[in-house]
Design a protein. Structure first.
Lengths: 503, 505
């Protein structure tokens, strides 16, 4: 993997697909779908190569790239200050996120078989979205991060607004405005950091602020303000209660393949941002508000779980379940110790996979039955036994059954929090029980509930549909039984964070 | 003055102006003597050639140090060169729009006038960017304004065009009078019209009464020029004029004329009022810094008013009028923050704005002229009818909204940086700018929704005239290029203009 511009090629490889697609006529459905799928493969391949080499002990630093991009100030007077470099690089955490993105993108490309119209535009936007997501995790400086972050915004807006269900445009605008505001707040934080220090490199900023114990560069109030602004920005994305309403709408209205990516990756950018920038740049201040984060986490967990309990639509159950599960990420981060942070990152990955699996299954039966109402789906096990089986497995993973990835992450996050704030953790643990209740209620209602319809002529999962279901479930179980596949690459990242917060 | 002194001046630094003047004269004569039956479009192409020649001659002058002739009334410093480049490029695009402009009625008999009035207005703007004297500055401003008044009403049988022209001439007249009144105070106190001489004598100002008068002068000049920039609270004329004027004229007003407004405001403000003390104590803060907060307030008000009222617009030209008011607000942030990057930022943003706004206007012209209606719903289904046009429009709109990957984003980034890098940092102003930018997503994406989500009323393909095709293609390319590789522009700036350090020489 020692060739130059490895990461650049990884991040931008989906653009090759866009290029090829632009020469294919609009009407050739199967060609377009194949090209769209193939275009996600180079990124998948390269990210896996990097992942296995890293596990084999190759240093990730040689992947870093750094090219001068734009210099705002006159170099004669201010030297290198106020210049933005094109800097890509990865560490254990971002590498895992990149692998996750690449896997889910490929699977979502398979799941895009349900798209009914204008495949060409769809896949172009889809691939652009993948570039944005990969770039977010590979960016080494804040402005570059922001650019990729915004690049994900526009394709998602169109993917929801054009290929979604009944209230798609409303959902798209709600997505755009909430996330637009979120990134506006983020941009303020980034620009304040950049304008006051002259650099936007994450590591440089972290060391400038670490050296600034006298509060000369920023007053301590400003630092806290910046951190809270950053939490709001990523809180919209994650989403943290009460900034979540857009996300429910998107999960219900967007096409399944887009929701797979949205729930699987886009929400996780919020968590990634909090870990990388919140904890990475402002470790001291983060420690001061750790309790608040944990409380927010518990609120998210319980709020999401309670609302998921009363939903009639399975998509709504899953949407609120996502909110609830993101609470566990916050709980882990709020614990501020090794187990907690590890649990949070595990939850990010694990929930990404589980949410993708469940939303894919929603796509599978929605395609055939045109409903996602729990009641109307009753007796699914009769008509589509294999799909129902996968659904049950996904739900088990989601509620944290041992042997699956959900268990590891929840266990570790709560382990962390019990060490620091036992009472809060005890309250939070209620959420886990609720999770089991709402998931079982929904899934059992679907699979074994009273049959409201004939399933005659309805085919079960078949052909290409096997691929996403099997792959996702396989990885979920793999992480569940062999967690070090994730924890090994994360060791050094977590150590760095722990060292910074002095834990 | 004898012939020898006349010839001893270094006239070569005025080459671009001479070219424009010559071509404008030539077009006037041709229009007069050509038979009625000949299509006047050829005059437009001649005008375009003239502008391109002027650009070429300006580029050949880039290497020259700061020089001035005619008793310092005409200066060729970095500032003049940099901004003249923007004016000329903008005018070239506007000329192409004008060549392709074919409304249902009312332009055929005045087509010749149309072209040379553009050149006359351009000449005025160019003189402004090069002037080192209040008199030439004012004459340039008037040349630009009067030509624009006529241009706005060039469709003489069209009611809206007439209304636009009338409103523009009245508002413009008032604003010019106020500006001139303000200038008269400055002249009265300093006894000179030369900007740099003024600056020198103002530095020594100690009489508190005089300082008050200078404050009054600043206020009046700022008010008068705010009309030109169409910034709040003097923006009322813009929507009506933009809507009624022929589309190429609207494009001209929103880009070239606005650039000229910023040029004159920077010339006067930075040279005159930056050197005026704000109190009689020696070495006190410059008057301009003292009023920074008021300018910041105007900027905030302009951004809020422009972006919020744009939300309710159904007419595409009115929408873009409010959008350009908002953009002027962003540019005022640059003036309000007065950082070391001020000139660079202003130049880059005006350049980016030129490409994105003119590109958008080219498409607006094409669509409105085809359907005869300016309602935003005319954009419905554009993606189906003309996918390339829709994608180009999307690029311009994304850039206006400041989405990464486009020149508009880099420009905004640069503005934020300047406003936050100064001491004390303008946190509130930047927050307002970012928040109003998000508000602007609503109406910008409203156009996108029409283009991409709504079905088309008619399926007929759209034919693209060559002039508009060039404008749209070049503007889209430049918008992306300066968004992806902005260093091209910034390196050009650093290499050729040396941080505009010769501005005060």
């Amino acid at each position: 993997m020692n060739f130059d511009y490895f990461l650049t090629f990884l991040v931008f490889s989906p653009l090759l697909g866009v290029l090829v697609l632009s020469f294919i006529p609009n009407t050739k459905e199967s060609v377009i779908k194949t090209v769209g799928f193939l275009a996600t493969l180079p990124a998948l391949l390269l990210s896996l190569v990097a992942f296995f080499q890293y596990r084999a002990g190759v240093s990730l630093e040689e992947l870093s790239e750094n090219v001068r991009w734009v210099q705002f100030a006159d170099p004669d007077t201010l030297g290198n200050l106020f210049s933005i470099n094109y800097e890509l690089g990865v560490d254990g955490l971002s590498l895992i996120m990149i692998v996750l993105t690449a896997i889910l993108s490929t699977l979502a490309a398979v799941a895009s078989m349900y798209i009914k119209k204008e495949w060409k535009g769809y896949f172009m936007l889809f691939l652009l979205l993948e570039v944005g997501m990969l770039g977010v995790f590979a960016a080494e400086n804040l402005i570059l991060f922001f650019i990729f972050f915004e690049i994900t915004l526009i394709p998602t807006f169109f993917l929801i607004g054009k290929w979604g269900y009944f209230e798609k445009e409303k959902a798209a605008f709600s997505f755009l405005i909430y996330n637009g505001l979120g990134s506006a707040v983020l941009l303020i934080v980034i620009m304040v950091l950049f304008a006051r220090t002259g650099t936007s490199n994450i590591n440089a900023l972290a060391s400038i602020l670490a050296a600034d114990s006298q509060n000369l560069v920023f007053s301590s109030g400003t630092k806290m303000g910046l951190l809270i602004a950053m939490l709001i920005a990523f809180g919209v994305k994650l989403p943290i209660f009460p900034l979540h309403s857009w996300m429910v709408r998107v999960h219900v209205q967007a096409p399944p393949s887009v929701v797979m990516l949205h729930a699987g990756i886009l929400l996780k950018i919020g968590a990634y941002g909090i870990i990388r920038f919140g904890m990475g740049i402002f470790p001291e201040q983060f420690q001061d508000i750790a309790v608040l984060i944990a409380v927010l986490g518990v609120v998210n967990l319980l709020y999401g779980a309670f609302l998921a309990l009363i939903q009639k639509d399975f998509k709504m159950v899953l949407a609120y379940s996502s909110i609830s599960h993101m609470g566990i990420v916050l709980i882990g981060l709020g614990a501020m110790n090794e187990a907690g942070i590890q649990g949070a990152i595990f939850q990010v990955v694990s929930h990404g996979l589980i949410a993708a699996l469940l939303f894919f299954l929603v796509g599978v039966f929605y395609e055939r039955l045109e409903t996602s109402n729990i009641k109307n789906l009753g007796g699914l096990a009769k008509g589509m036994p294999i799909t129902a089986g996968f659904l049950l497995a996904g739900a088990m993973a989601s509620l944290g059954m041992p042997g699956m990835s959900g268990f590891v992450s929840e266990f570790m996050a709560f382990l962390g929090l019990f060490k620091e704030l036992p009472i809060l953790a005890a309250v939070g643990a209620l959420g886990i029980i609720l999770t089991a209740v709402y998931l079982l209620r929904a899934v059992l209602g679907i699979t074994y509930g009273k049959a409201h319809r004939e399933f005659a002529g309805v085919t079960d999962i078949r052909n290409k549909e096997w691929v996403p279901a099997l792959v996702l479930l396989g990885i979920i179980v793999l992480i569940g039984v062999y967690p070090s596949v994730l924890s090994d690459p994360l060791t050094s990242t977590i150590e760095t964070i722990i060292f910074k917060i002095g834990g | 003055m004898d012939l020898e002194t006349l010839l001893s001046y270094k006239w070569s630094i005025m080459t671009p102006e001479f070219i424009i003047l010559g071509v404008a004269t030539l077009l006037t004569l041709l229009d007069l003597f050509m038979p009625k039956s000949v299509n006047r479009k050829v005059l437009g192409w001649i005008g375009l050639t003239g502008i391109l020649a002027a650009i070429a001659s300006l580029i050949s002058l880039l290497g020259h140090g700061p020089e001035s002739i005619l008793y310092d009334t005409f200066r060729l410093d970095s500032f003049a060169k940099a901004f003249k480049l923007l004016l000329l490029i903008g005018a070239a695009f506007v000329m192409l729009l004008a060549i392709s402009y074919e409304p249902k009625e009312g332009i055929t008999e005045y087509r010749g006038e149309f072209y040379y009035l553009f050149l006359a207005a351009l000449l005025g703007a160019m003189m402004m960017s090069s002037s080192g004297d209040l008199i030439t500055l004012f004459v340039g401003l008037e040349l630009l304004s009067i030509s624009s008044y006529i241009l706005a009403g060039i469709r003489k049988k069209n009611l809206q065009s007439n209304e636009a022209s009338m409103k523009y001439v009245i508002n413009g007249g008032i604003s010019t009078a106020i500006t001139l009144f303000g200038m008269s105070y400055v002249y009265g106190i300093t006894g000179t019209t030369n900007l740099l001489d003024m600056a020198r004598s103002l530095l020594a100002l100690t009489d508190i009464q005089h300082i008050y008068l200078m404050g009054l002068a600043l206020f009046m000049i700022l008010v008068g020029l705010s009309f030109k920039l169409a910034t709040a609270p003097f923006h009322m004329w813009a929507p009506d004029v933009y809507q009624g004027a022929p589309t190429p004229v609207t494009a001209f007003l929103s880009v070239v004329s606005k650039t000229a407004g910023f040029i004159i405001i920077v010339r006067i403000m930075m040279v005159v009022f930056f050197n005026t003390p704000s109190s009689y104590i020696p070495n006190s803060m410059p008057l301009l810094i003292k009023v920074q907060d008021y300018i910041a307030f105007l900027a905030a008000a302009t951004m809020i008013i422009g972006n919020v009222i744009a939300l309710r617009q159904k007419n595409i030209k009115r929408l873009f009028a409010y959008s350009s008011i908002a953009q002027a607000g962003y540019l005022l942030v640059v003036l309000a923050s007065m950082s070391v990057f001020m000139f660079d930022t202003l130049w880059f943003y005006l350049g980016a704005y030129l490409f994105m706004n003119l590109g958008a206007f080219a498409i607006i012209q094409l669509i409105t002229q085809k359907t005869g209606s300016e309602d935003i719903s005319q954009f419905a289904g554009l993606y189906r009818r003309a996918p390339i046009l829709a994608i180009a429009m999307a690029i311009f709109i994304l850039s206006l909204a400041g989405i990464p990957g486009t020149a508009g984003f880099i420009g905004k980034l640069n503005i934020f940086m300047g406003a936050l890098a100064v001491e004390p940092a303008h946190y509130v102003l930047v927050s307002i700018m970012i928040a109003t930018t998000v508000v602007s997503y609503f109406y910008y994406f409203g156009v996108m929704v029409q283009m991409f989500f709504r079905p088309a009323a008619e399926q007929e393909k759209i034919k693209l005239p060559i002039g508009l095709g060039i404008v749209i293609g070049v503007c889209a390319f430049a918008t992306i290029l300066f968004g992806v590789a902005p260093s091209i522009a910034f390196d050009f700036l650093h290499e050729n203009f040396n941080s505009f350090s010769d501005f005060f020489q």
